[in-house]
Design a protein around this ligand. Structure first.
Ligand code: 2P0
Length: 326
């Protein structure tokens, strides 16, 4: 038995599209911020006394998510593993575009691997953080990034991914303000939407073709701590991804009226000279990236927008880690 915690991550240069659906390899590289204050905690207990895998999410049985979790445990512990009881707790809304699958699968892999080590599994004992990230990424592409803290880059290689921290949290004190516009589950799972985009959006191929250029600009902005450059390339990359979604058939539209209202409010803050920019993922929530000095203003502005239910804020945090079961 072991317990682990992981924080979700927010991509500035987005992962959208799969090069290999079976192995869940991304078509493009990505760059993300691992958060500090939002978390998922996973407890995994393997036992021959358990008759079938059982998953509890925030105390409730979650049968729909179980097959994906069981497949991930097979990858970590082998198909001949004992059945498992998995308990997941999360301090933010799940399946709503807040990267809950990233923190969930990162924590799951770390906890399951530790439980395997305790049971004497030699393969598990030899795994590096990158190995764990690859296992998490096979279950949920963005989960690979939550194994690492700070500003993280995932490189989509030919045969497998590479992922690592580019900058540790204290190096650049970026803040992420999350405006929750709807707590409900997303209408289309992001994995399904990506496959649909590849099949039907006329913009998909140019999206993939131009990603390396955006990554290069973002990388250099991080290296030189150039907020304006990071803002420009991140907003552009986000809007390109949503254009691919919108032009899929049928269209995939995750935004709500409040999503657009938040974007406009952020644009207004920018026109006053405030360092802030937006990004949105497979959901209607808006994430505003800013600096400590203007965080309070950004939170106040977004919380006053009609349709915004809550505003949360976080700095950059560490990668997934084990928790003391006691
Ligand atoms: C990202 N998203 O880079 C992008 C931006 C959503 C929009 O990674 O199919 O749940 O499990 O590999 O990891 C969400 O995708 O997808 C995601 P799968 P995942 O954060």
């Amino acid at each position: 038995m072991a317990t682990a915690q992981a924080q979700p991550n927010i991509a500035l240069i987005k992962y959208w599209g799969k090069r290999d659906v079976c192995r869940n390899l991304p078509a493009v590289g990505s760059l993300s911020l691992t958060l500090a204050t939002l978390w998922t905690r996973m407890k995994v207990e393997f036992s021959t006394d358990i008759e079938a895998d059982r998953l509890l999410v925030d105390g409730e049985i979650a049968a729909a998510m179980l097959p994906r979790v069981s497949r991930c445990l097979d990858q970590v512990a082998g198909c001949d593993r004992p059945h498992a009881l998995i308990e997941s707790d999360c301090n933010f809304p799940i399946a709503a575009g807040l990267a809950s699958s990233a923190s969930a699968f990162a924590a799951l892999v770390v906890a399951a691997n530790e439980a395997c080590i305790e049971a004497g599994n030699i393969v598990a004992a030899s795994r590096t953080t990158l190995d764990l990230a690859r296992l998490a990424g096979a279950a949920s592409g963005s989960a690979a990034r939550s194994l690492f803290g700070g500003i993280v880059e995932l490189v989509a290689g030919d045969a497998r991914i590479n992922v690592a921290t580019m900058k540790q949290p204290p190096a650049w004190p970026l803040r992420v303000v999350v405006a929750v516009t709807e707590r409900g589950h997303k209408p289309v799972a992001s994995g399904d939407a990506m496959i649909l985009s590849e099949k039907s959006s006329p913009f998909y191929s140019s999206w993939v073709r131009n990603q390396d250029q955006d990554l290069e600009v973002a990388r250099s902005a991080v290296e030189t701590r150039d907020f304006a450059q990071l803002a420009a390339v991140s907003e552009h990359n986000c809007l390109k991804m949503h254009s691919v979604m919108w032009t899929s058939r049928p269209p995939v539209v995750y935004w709500k009226p409040a999503t657009l209202a938040c974007m406009e409010a952020i644009r207004a803050l920018q026109s006053e000279g405030q360092p802030v920019f937006f990004t949105m993922d497979a959901g209607p929530q808006v994430k505003a990236i800013c600096l400590p000095d203007n965080e309070a203003q950004v939170m106040k502005t977004l919380s006053e927008i009609e349709g915004v239910e809550t505003v949360m804020s976080s700095g950059l945090g560490t990668g997934a880690c084990l928790l003391d079961d006691a």
